[in-house]
Write a protein that binds this ligand. Structure first.
Ligand SMILES: Nc1ncnc2c1ncn2[C@@H]1O[C@H](COP(=O)(O)OP(=O)(O)OP(=O)(O)O)[C@@H](O)[C@H]1O
Length: 344
């Protein structure tokens, strides 16, 4: 499998650009998740890599070979790119085996062994080979779509929201099966999603797209713990942003005086606290707050809190530690916090 390089690409539909001068490298054998709001340009990026859309400027390279720039255009079928769509896009009249071997040379029945190998790779047994797509669950259909994409031994696999139509349980198991199949195949992959948990758990790198520009491209832990701005912070999970005053690596805010990790401007700033950093203690310890409501999820719970007349806050606690609305608690922030300049 191979690198994908997007260099300075601007593209769109008609004369209106959707992507603006973007750069992205997906290293060979790794997965990058492109995360962004609806309409931010995620699918447009996949289209320009796959060859369904031309760049207005900039270039796309696959495995070091130029496949698109202002003058060059390599046809989609010659790029060695596999594409898995949101709905799987299986051919309804063909069996699972017929779908998986669709792009392979005739006669397709000669590929039975390879088809069974590919089905195993995506976690499906040989009993699925002769079923039709309408005899499969949504998750199974997505696995077959992935097996079909991998059958052609593509240089790169592009996954456009492949799990979004699945319910929560099926989503998790299909995601795991897909990640494992891609790893075993040594695939270079680009996953488009608007689900932050999916991006963080699935990919080696997360690329946050906003209005057609990358705001940050980094490993999941880095984008979550060291977001470049408040928007990225809020996009990757619950974020409490409090006004503060910083000096010499410390910041004063509603939750007391806290240690700052990384860059620390002097003066007025915004303080980022994740709800899981807020420790909930018996009243009398830390900063006093009242619980306004409790979102109970079983394994954990999110407490919506208020400190005096201040900003609303959130704390994530285990389900067993959920506090009923009206309860008074003490709050303490665990670990250092990040701060942003006031204008960010
Ligand atoms: N074929 C098209 N013709 C004209 N405009 C288009 C076309 N496809 C997409 N757009 C516009 O380009 C912008 C980006 O669309 P894109 O599909 O890349 O977004 P996205 O981030 O994948 O969104 P979503 O998460 O909703 O699928 C949107 O404003 C969309 O309306």
């Amino acid at each position: 499998m191979s690198d994908v390089e997007v260099r300075g690409v601007t593209t769109g539909y008609g004369s209106t650009p959707v992507l603006h001068d973007i750069d992205l490298t997906v290293r060979s054998g790794t997965t990058t998740a492109v995360l962004g709001d609806s309409g931010s340009g995620k699918s447009t990026l996949l289209k320009v890599i796959a060859g369904f859309l031309r760049p207005l400027s900039g270039s796309v390279l696959i495995d070091g070979s130029l496949v698109a720039d202002e003058r060059t255009f390599v046809a989609p079928e010659k790029r060695g790119v596999g594409y898995v769509r949101q709905d799987g896009g299986l051919f309804p009249h063909l069996s699972v085996a017929g779908n998986v071997s669709f792009g392979l040379a005739f006669p397709r029945r000669r590929h039975r062994g390879r088809v069974l190998e590919l089905l195993e790779l995506v976690g499906l047994g040989p009993e699925f080979a002769d079923r039709r797509p309408d005899q499969l669950s949504g998750g199974q259909q997505q696995r077959v779509a992935l097996a079909r994409a991998l059958a052609l031994e593509p240089k790169v696999v592009l996954l456009d929201e492949p799990f979004s139509a699945l319910d929560t349980a099926l989503r998790a198991s299909t995601r795991e099966a897909t990640a494992s199949a891609l790893r075993q195949a040594g695939a270079t992959a680009l996953l488009v999603t608007h689900d932050q948990a999916e991006a963080l758990s699935f990919a080696d790198e997360v690329a946050v797209l906003r209005d057609g520009r990358f705001r940050q491209v980094a490993a999941p832990r880095l984008v979550y713990n060291q977001p470049v701005d408040p928007h990225v912070a809020g996009f990757l999970g619950d974020a409490i942003l409090l006004p503060g005053a910083a000096t010499d690596g410390r910041v004063r805010c509603l939750l007391g005086e806290l240690t700052v990790a990384g860059f620390c401007p002097s003066g007025a700033c915004k303080v980022l606290v994740r709800p899981e950093q807020v420790q909930v203690l018996p009243v009398g310890q830390g900063i006093e707050a009242v619980v306004e409501s409790c979102e109970y999820y079983g394994h954990d719970a999110l407490l919506n809190l208020r400190v005096e007349d201040g900003e609303p806050l959130k704390a994530r606690v285990t389900g067993a530690d959920a506090v009923e609305p009206g309860g008074h608690v003490g709050l303490l922030v665990r670990g250092p916090v990040r701060v942003f300049a006031e204008q960010d």
